[in-house]
Design a protein around this ligand. Sequence first.
Ligand SMILES: Cc1cc2nc3c(=O)[nH]c(=O)nc-3n(C[C@H](O)[C@H](O)[C@H](O)COP(=O)(O)OP(=O)(O)OC[C@H]3O[C@@H](n4cnc5c(N)ncnc54)[C@H](O)[C@@H]3O)c2cc1C
Length: 291
Amino acid sequence: MIPGPFRYRRAESLDEAIGLLAQLGTDAKVLSGGQSLIPMMKFRLAEPSYIVDINRVPGLDFIEERDGVLRIGALVRESALERSALVRARYPILHDTAEVIADPLVRNLATVGGNLAHGDPANDHPATMLALRAQVVARGPSGERVISIDDFFVDTFVTVLQPDEILTEIRIPAPPPRSGGAYLKFERKVGDYAIAAAAVFLALDEAGRIAQAGIGLTNLAYKPLRAVDAERVLIGQTPSEELFRQAAELAAQATDPVSDLRGPAEYKRAVARTMTLRALRRALERARASA
Ligand SMILES: Cc1cc2nc3c(=O)[nH]c(=O)nc-3n(C[C@H](O)[C@H](O)[C@H](O)COP(=O)(O)OP(=O)(O)OC[C@H]3O[C@@H](n4cnc5c(N)ncnc54)[C@H](O)[C@@H]3O)c2cc1C
């Protein structure tokens, strides 16, 4: 439980942090809340020669809705997301997600940016961001790029971020009228990673049919999963229990879980089906309440 030797550099600006990463190369790792990186280092699963601490970098800690987009700075802590009145009122799915991550001590340090950048399919935000069709903003030596969340996760603990890039912001389209989302997680005990979890976002048209559907799944494959077939079956349909059961079944079929201490693969697939069904019901309730 003791990390290997490493050097510590603290950046005071984004440019300085990017410069350090460019100079130090693949030997360096960004440090945000340290809630995944430090445990990985203690288990010697990560052995960076340098860590570049970005906690003092100004301008990365904001939650604001502007021009039809919710912008979340990379250094926003989970506890800030959980406490945000804007998030609670307009993006309850994000509130659902933040409040089931780990425990209050972890949430006080862990950042939303770090949760995505870590690329862990067991982390909770990726599924929610997939359901919400988020975009990730990254800055590197050659400037800024905006990445669709669908293109962001590559493999277990691997994202499209380059070693000299910093995730600076997450952008989420503001919810249209008659829309709602929910994140439901099943865990062995409070604070644990998910056995399985589902994020659902639904938007209804004026006739009450489903105009937009997003379904993301946690810890059910080698990377965070979007249940595309399940989304497709919902579009243009009037919500019903039968339709939701069909979508939940398709979502479960899209999974590829492994058997481990959290249970056999078949059990996890069954939990995925149930969590998706429940999240669909709750998202619909919220969509109808927002009309
Ligand atoms: C006891 C415990 C329980 C946990 N339970 C859960 C849980 O239930 N659900 C859950 O989702 N997570 C859980 N976590 C994991 C943790 O909450 C998240 O992974 C965390 O949010 C990561 O954010 P961080 O700021 O701590 O990232 P760090 O640990 O600082 O970094 C994680 C990785 O991302 C990279 N990184 C961080 N920020 C950036 C950036 N801005 N740009 C580029 N790369 C970056 C780092 O280099 C590192 O590779 C748990 C952690 C602990 C210790």
